[in-house]
Design a protein around this ligand. Structure first.
Ligand code: CP
Ligand code: NVA
Length: 304
């Protein structure tokens, strides 16, 4: 029984296996085939924050795989005073085959996984968003045919998305560059963690977005204030203004794709011209959440 809380819970080989299953299921889906691999299996979605892509792609994936899903919002009392997290997790995992959880705090997610008798998937926490990062690398693999030795530039906050992508890209042999104001780059603890788990990784940080995007095959950004950071919005808007991904920045990497996990704050971290322009692959990224998570579910449930 395996959990996926952070991308480094998987080895490079396991990611390649998940990509292969995802590709197989995507090819069959495109041909009109929806194999009912897991009839009767149930995925619980425990969400403490809003979601479109993660929620709908997981629910649809379970339908395509012949199983079903339950969406559990605030009224189930997760991480509340209604009952202990341990009781919640121990009981829920008696009913279902897998749990996908979007938690306000990564610590809560770890506590849930610690008591769960079924696999727990991180559907986004304040620390990490592994499903999005895996789908993004799957998108790049489909586009470029390989990942090894390619350069990935993240321009913006060193947040859950940037951390997950730094690890996933590095596991798959890419170079990773983060361009952010110093105060929003990876903290010491995460940098030390990266050195420990990925000693050969090529991960750089800079305050200069132009340096970051030159030579990159992908330029990625995300909101400047993530869910839960709304009160910091004005301060962050001022700090990140020079990091907006706009047409002048993309002129430094005419062959790169533009990526964003969505939802986007158009006019802030990215201009309409870029997100709607010819370099943008944001809709393909969102679509690939479905295919990648089908592969992930098939891999995880196959481990039972
Ligand atoms: N990218 C992503 O996770 O989107 P949602 O917040 O809509 O699930
Ligand atoms: N960093 C964003 C990602 C949303 C998919 C957030 O946590 O709100």
């Amino acid at each position: 029984m395996r959990h996926l809380l952070v991308p480094e819970d998987l080895s490079a080989h396991e990611i390649e296996t998940i990509f292969a299953i995802s590709q197989d299921l995507e090819t069959k889906y495109d041909a009109g085939i929806r194999e009912a691999l897991f009839p009767g299996r149930v995925l619980a979605l425990v969400f403490e924050k809003q979601s479109l892509r993660t929620r709908v792609s997981f629910q649809t994936a379970m339908v395509h795989l012949g199983g079903s899903s339950l969406f559990l919002g605030a009224d189930t009392g997760f991480a509340s005073s209604r009952e202990s997290l341990d009781d919640f997790g121990r009981v829920l995992s008696e009913y279902v085959d897998c749990i996908a959880c979007r938690s306000k705090s990564h610590t809560t997610l770890e506590a849930l996984a610690a008591v769960s008798s079924v696999p727990v998937i991180n559907a986004l926490s304040d620390f990490s968003h592994p499903c999005q990062a895996l789908a993004d690398c799957y998108t790049l693999r489909s586009r470029f045919g390989r990942l090894s030795d390619l350069t990935f530039a993240f321009v913006g906050d060193g947040n859950n998305m940037a951390r997950s992508l730094a690890v996933t890209c590095s596991l798959l042999g890419m170079r990773f560059v983060l361009a952010a104001p110093e105060a929003y780059q990876f903290d010491e603890a995460f940098q030390e963690h990266l050195k420990t788990i990925l000693p050969d990784a090529q991960i750089q940080q800079t305050t200069d977005p132009v340096t970051a995007v030159k030579g990159a095959v992908a330029v990625y950004t995300d909101v400047w204030a993530s869910m839960g950071q709304e009160s910091e919005r004005e301060v962050r808007q001022a700090a990140f203004q020079p990091y907006q991904v706009n047409a002048p920045l993309m002129e430094h990497c005419p062959d790169a794709v533009f990526m964003h996990c969505l939802p986007a704050r158009r006019g802030e971290e990215v201009t309409d011209e870029v997100i709607d322009g010819p370099q943008s692959v944001v809709v393909a990224q969102a679509a690939n959440r479905l295919h990648l998570q089908k592969g992930l579910l098939a891999w995880l449930l196959g481990h039972d």
